[in-house]
Ligand binder design. Structure first.
Ligand code: HAM
Length: 438
């Protein structure tokens, strides 16, 4: 086998999250979880694989995601297929979380739980799109879904949640919240008709994709990123003028709540979102500094017809999800300082063979006493061991060298205060109790 036949690399669009980046991921997760707990949301973990029809029935057969961006999971290697498994039902890597949450809502009897059911999730999603800056084939989302709530108050709460999430991350200055309504199922035929009659006049100007979308999904023509299509979209009939009085009132109430809360937002009549399950309120949080197509840090909206689409009864719902890689890129760009959470309270640093044995027994005693204690593995010198301790944000380093072993002492360095002192080995526990508590 020639070396060049198999370059050692991750598949295109797939990334590693290296140790140096973990503090950002931990920070965003901690903020997300704290916010969710504050809003009474419960965590759900879903399988990475679902049946393809869960997505084609919800996101839409003609959406970009379902048409061309799903990774099919092959079961070809199963030698003896399980006779109870219907292998004619294709499985895919999940491209998003909402449809899976609704599948679980229906399958796990959540209709009998106290309503609305409020869930959150965190995990990788997969889309076989063309990778570029800010667009990956595996990317992580944090999302929330509020199932079985139809009022404008819930829309406002979901948007407030999103706003507060960015505030807690320290990112509220560089972002903008865009809002629109796309009406309900009853409004849709009127909206489509208006759009088709407008665009038909300019059909030859539209890009190839939009010529097709005009037949399959006219709403999507409005948010096409092609320059010519965008120019046309600016003169297109506005969706808000075509919606029914109930949808109009609903949207007005959402805006009233947001005005009361003084949440800044911009109405964007061209916002339609790329997933077909949406109804009424939709919104997106964008990075104002980034002018690329990948500037959406999060997006969501109401999806009142999704539960019936997957076989349940009428259950209005709303949700939002956020792209973690994009948020972390923004945190770095804004130079937001992340303090790494301490690995432990104490780190034992040893120099020399005898010190190693002492360090191991000390580690056992301290761990037994309930102290979060770490130990240095390698053969590094004191300087690099202290540097590691600093990075690990430990409070106290216990340094043991040949001299300390002989004299039954320990050199204790307080990493927060930056000073050090020698103590008797037998005084260690009393000393730690004073410094760290028992
Ligand atoms: P989405 O707009 O497709 O919505 O994705 C939400 C966020 O995920 C985007 O705003 C972006 O930050 C991130 N994202 C999407 N695709 C990629 C990619 N290829 N690479 C990196 N980041 C990406 C949904 O997924 C809906 N499920 C949101 C929702 C929840 N609606 C109701 N509930």
């Amino acid at each position: 086998m020639r070396k060049s036949d198999f370059p050692i690399q991750a598949p295109r669009g797939f990334k590693d999250i290296l140790p140096d980046d973990q503090k950002y991921w931990q920070f965003v997760f901690d903020v997300a979880r704290d916010k969710c707990q504050g809003f009474g949301l419960l965590k759900i973990d879903l399988p990475l694989v679902e049946y393809r029809d869960i997505f084609s029935r919800s996101i839409g057969q003609t959406s970009d995601i379902v048409e061309k961006e799903m990774f099919l999971v092959s079961r070809a290697s199963i030698d003896a297929p399980d006779p109870e498994e219907d292998i004619s039902r294709p499985m895919v890597l999940r491209p998003e979380g909402t449809a899976g949450v609704i599948r679980a809502y229906l399958e796990r009897g959540m209709e009998t739980w106290p309503q609305p059911v409020k869930l959150y999730y965190w995990g990788p999603m997969f889309r076989a799109d063309r990778p570029q800056k800010g667009r990956f084939r595996q990317f992580w989302q944090f999302g929330i879904e509020i199932i079985n709530a139809d009022d404008a108050y819930t829309d406002a709460l979901t948007i407030l949640f999103s706003w507060q999430f960015f505030q807690a991350l320290g990112l509220q200055k560089g972002i903008i919240l865009e809002l629109n309504t796309i009406g309900c199922a009853n409004c849709r035929p009127k909206i489509h008709k208006k759009l088709v009659s407008y665009y038909e006049t300019y059909q030859s100007v539209l890009c190839d994709d939009c010529q097709r979308r005009l037949i399959t999904n006219p709403l999507r023509v409005i948010d096409c990123k092609n320059e010519k299509c965008q120019k046309l979209a600016r003169g297109a009939p506005q969706i808000i003028d075509q919606i029914c009085p109930e949808c109009n009132q609903h949207f007005k109430s959402v805006l009233d709540y947001l005005d009361d809360l003084a949440i800044p937002y911009e109405l964007n009549p061209q916002l339609v979102r790329g997933l077909d399950y949406y109804t009424r309120t939709i919104f997106e949080v964008r990075d104002t500094k980034d002018t690329s197509r990948q500037n959406s840090l999060g997006g969501g909206g109401r999806y009142d017809n999704l539960v019936p689409l997957l076989g349940g009864k009428k259950t209005p719902a709303i949700g939002v999800s956020f792209g973690i890689e994009r948020i972390i890129a923004k945190i770095k760009e804004e130079n937001i300082e992340i303090i790494e959470k301490g690995y432990g309270q104490i780190l034992i640093s040893q120099l020399g063979e005898k010190a190693k044995r002492k360090a191991l027994s000390l580690m056992m005693q301290l761990t037994d006493a309930g102290y979060k204690t770490g130990i240095v593995f390698g053969k590094e010198g004191l300087k690099s061991q202290l540097k590691a301790a600093d990075k690990m944000a430990v409070k106290i380093v216990l340094i043991i060298g040949q001299k300390e072993v002989q004299e039954k002492t320990i050199l204790v360095r307080d990493m927060e205060e930056g000073n050090q002192e020698i103590i008797e080995e037998k005084e260690l526990f009393a000393f730690l109790k004073k410094k760290l508590g028992s």
